[in-house]
Design a protein around this ligand. Sequence first.
Ligand code: MN
Length: 173
Amino acid sequence: MGLKEYRAKRDFSRTPEPEGKEEKARRSQELIYVIQKHQATHLHYDLRLEEEGVLKSWAIPKEPPLNPGVKRLAVETEDHPLGYEDFEGVIPEGEYGAGTVEIWDKGSYVPLELGPGKKIIEIKGKKLKGTYALIKIKSKNGSDKNWLFFKISKERAQIPSFPSFKSRKKVKK
Ligand code: MN
């Protein structure tokens, strides 16, 4: 896809987003994984995976799954430049994607199985960890941009547990 569509949608004299460039080589041994929380007209989460010198991108309308059992729609969007994984900021009113972008999770990924419309990857993030699948689906409206994103590996995310309200009340006494 390249960055043509990314650039065409943005006015870099107005948006703080990086203009970026296509890169021929990987920047490091590890492939970039990032999810950016994007409070635009509708809140969504932008999943980006480094592939062939760009960040392949999907918009996920709900919080990405930490555990198996939840399948999320992931709508393919335009490729973003390498370097975008560090972007946080406010895209001004009137510009494409106007709203606040913040990094929600970041790390690297390992491709385990890649095919047309199928990506099985190991995600090494702070929130998302383990084997995940991205599977392209056919939609009724004929769109070929829809994928499903879900966790395959069984291990559950280690989310710090907090004492219940009742037990906290007891501690205070
Ligand atoms: Mn977005």
